[in-house]
Design a protein around this ligand. Structure first.
Ligand code: NIG
Ligand code: FE
Length: 405
């Protein structure tokens, strides 16, 4: 008889495997962990003789995969609370950006911040996410826009992983905005990103994926295409901030490079959705900036569903468009703003978020052989995770089989 490290009994399991039952649910289930991986999962009644070093009797609680925040900009200096007040008095995000504020103002603050200030402030945000059951966090650069600060942001991301229990996925977003030094020459800035900043970050093994902001206040589709060619030549996955404020053909562009994800996509058309479906690109919806910027153009939810495009949800945690550091609130907002179902929301922060990071074979569902990243919740049904906002029913979080205090 095999001795497992840990065994969970008397538990309901939302495996989030797509299949016959909603939430891939197994009621009265059991789940075993050995060596940080899921070693058995199924109905408790099918568990034959067993032995485990630790047995957790969970009294009818629910187990889900640990949550994944697949789109954040949580390393940054300063804040933009003043711009928040300006927007409340009627100035738009775009107007602020064009006047030299917006992303550029965070670039100034980030360039001026010390490494330890960047690390400590980002750590507080990561810890806040972990407390809600998040085990994997994607972190983007993009507030440096020079080699030194872009590298420093990615190093902070790497150090976050070394000093906390969550996995951190590092995304190079050198093409986030046009820095002041290149104000009238965005092509030269893109050349610098392609020929200097990205290769340097890549050499230092700081790049898990490449992202860009395709928008009329940032980079055009042809400029982004050049960057994506370079990423592909280095065999790095790409993803895109696409069609957030206008239809720039972002979804089509992302799909043409088989991007992992196209994010925001409020202005994506039916053709764009079809392109995402055929390339297997995940649609990452971001209710935070939608709410905070007072957007009214909804992402094409019905088309995404009709074309079976996987939908993920993320916080987009950043100081400008989304000062939101709660994946649970993002889920709740996705129900009220986008009318996603609670099941779509949970899939959006587990299975589909894992796919958006290229990590689905390893995590995102509770299946044999996957990482034992899981949460025990004090809930009576998984819908409760989208229903409640500001109430944390987390009982225990396990990452790689280890309990997180
Ligand atoms: O995802 N859209 C571009 N980038 C961020 C905003 C970053 C910022 O405003 O600082 C976003 O919304
Ligand atoms: Fe973003």
């Amino acid at each position: 008889m095999q001795t497992w490290d840990q065994l969970f009994l008397e538990v309901n399991i939302a495996t989030m495997c797509s299949g016959s039952t909603p939430y891939g649910a197994i009621s009265n289930g059991a789940l075993a962990i050995s060596d940080g991986q899921i070693a058995w999962v199924g109905p408790e009644s099918e568990l034959q003789s067993y032995d485990a070093k630790t047995i957790h009797r969970l009294d009818g609680r629910w187990l889900t995969p640990a949550l994944i925040d697949c789109h954040t900009h949580l390393v940054f200096g300063g804040d933009r609370a003043m711009e928040f007040e300006q927007r409340l008095s009627g100035v738009s995000y775009e107007e602020i950006a064009r006047a030299g504020g917006g992303i550029r103002s965070t670039v100034r603050a980030t360039r001026n911040a010390s490494h330890s200030v960047l690390l400590d402030s980002a750590m507080e945000r990561v810890v806040t996410l972990i407390r809600e059951g998040v085990a994997t966090v994607e972190v983007k650069s993009g507030y440096g826009l020079d080699s030194k600060t872009e590298i420093s942001m990615l190093e902070v991301a790497q150090e976050l992983e070394q000093s906390c229990s969550a996995s951190i996925v590092k995304t190079f977003l050198g093409a986030h905005a046009i820095p002041e030094e290149f104000q009238h020459d965005s092509d030269s800035y893109m050349d610098f990103v392609i020929n200097e900043a990205l290769p340097l970050a890549y050499e230092r093994q700081l790049v898990d994926a490449v992202d860009a902001y395709c928008e009329n206040i940032a980079f055009s589709a042809p400029q982004v295409a050049k960057l994506f060619e370079k990423a592909k030549s280095l065999k790095i996955d790409v993803k895109l901030h696409a069609d957030q404020l206008s239809d720039c053909g972002g979804a089509e562009l992302a799909a043409s490079f088989n991007a992992l994800s196209a994010d925001h996509i409020e202005y994506t058309t039916a053709t764009g959705v079809e392109a995402l479906a055929s390339s297997g690109t995940v649609a990452v919806l971001l209710p935070g900036p939608f709410l905070i910027l007072g957007e009214t153009q909804l992402p094409p939810i019905d088309e995404l569903r009709a074309n079976r495009v996987p939908i993920a949800i993320a916080t987009d945690c950043n100081p400008g468009s989304s000062p939101l550091c709660s994946i649970r609130l993002a889920m709740n907002l996705a129900t009220s703003l986008f009318k996603l179902t609670p099941e779509e929301c949970l899939a959006g922060v587990t299975r589909n978020a894992a796919q958006a990071l290229g990590l689905l074979t390893d995590r995102g569902t509770l299946e044999l052989g996957k990482r034992a990243d899981l949460v025990v919740w004090n809930i009576s049904h998984p819908r409760d995770l989208s229903y409640w906002a500001g109430f944390n029913q987390l009982h225990r979080l396990f990452i790689n089989g280890g309990v997180v205090d």
